[in-house]
Design a protein around this ligand. Structure first.
Ligand code: GLN
Length: 268
């Protein structure tokens, strides 16, 4: 299936990927296809920044990027390399889940090995079910073996510091969380991280987010990629099927990270 036309897209002239990356079997042409799912429903706390940062980090390495912003009344393309989904309030979250169940594009993309990173409401939608704004159990997409209940206590709100699953080789995570949902992990996933500060999945076991293969869910806003450009780089490496990328300037990211990490360790 080709990308739909007739909606906002950001096409840049396609540049061939530098040879040293090797061509990934995942990438079907010379540019990275980045799909930002439902910006009209799922984009709280600047989660759109995740798409901007992945795009920027790819371009810094000389990669061409096709960024496709797919509104909720449009079909989700199946041929993307990286899919990003943001957070949302309870009603838009239900609407997004309904539409994503009816439009099987994201599920088919996942079956084809696409890389997906979803935040908060998006993370909950990737699971088996969550509790919707009507207080009912709403089916998710089942792309992650997790399910979300409604927390009985106070919302999980505040800055987070977390250590990422060491197999992913990422530095300390910094982010911001704001959710009522409590996410339980099944055998088919691993925690994305373990919190040092904050609540993460809200289960009290210190876990934050979940992942398997190339599908990731996290509660962290920030946006998470702006605070943790290494996460964006990880997605690009997965898309290219390489272990390393050429270095790229991180001056501004480092300044933001340092400021937020210091602020989180020393709450006012
Ligand atoms: N509505 C969901 C919850 O409160 C997700 C919130 C969010 O995405 N920030 O759990």
């Amino acid at each position: 299936m080709s990308f739909p036309t007739g909606h906002p897209q950001q096409y840049e002239p396609q540049q061939p990927a530098p040879q040293q990356y090797g061509r990934s079997s995942r990438m079907s042409d010379s540019s990275l296809r980045l799909v930002w799912v439902y910006p009209d429903l799922l984009s709280t706390y600047g989660d759109r920044g995740n798409a901007l940062v992945v795009e920027r980090r790819a371009r810094q390495r000389g990669l061409g990027v096709q960024r496709i912003d797919v509104r909720s009344d449009q079909a989700v393309p199946t041929s993307g390399d990286i899919y990003l989904i943001g957070g949302g309030e309870d009603r838009p979250q239900r609407l997004a889940a309904e539409r994503l169940r009816n439009d099987s594009g994201l599920v088919r993309a996942a079956e084809n090995g696409a890389i997906i990173l979803a935040v908060c409401a998006g993370y909950q939608i990737l699971g088996h079910e969550f509790v919707n704004d009507l207080g009912e159990r709403e089916p998710g997409l089942g792309l992650l073996d997790v399910w979300t209940t409604r927390g009985e206590g106070a919302r999980c709100v505040g800055d987070v510091l977390a250590e990422v699953d060491p197999r992913l080789g990422l530095p300390q995570l910094t982010g911001f969380e704001n959710h009522q949902g409590v996410t339980h992990l099944g055998q088919g996933v691993s925690p994305f991280a373990n919190v040092q500060v904050g609540r993460g999945n809200g289960t009290g076991d210190g876990t934050e987010g979940a992942w398997r293969d190339t599908v990731f869910g996290t509660y962290l806003h920030g946006p998470v990629m702006a605070r943790n450009p290494a996460v964006a780089d990880m997605l690009i490496k997965l898309a290219l099927d390489v272990n390393a990328l050429p270095p790229a300037d991180t001056t501004w990211y480092d300044a933001l990270r340092a400021e937020r990490i210091a602020a989180t360790r020393q709450p006012a």
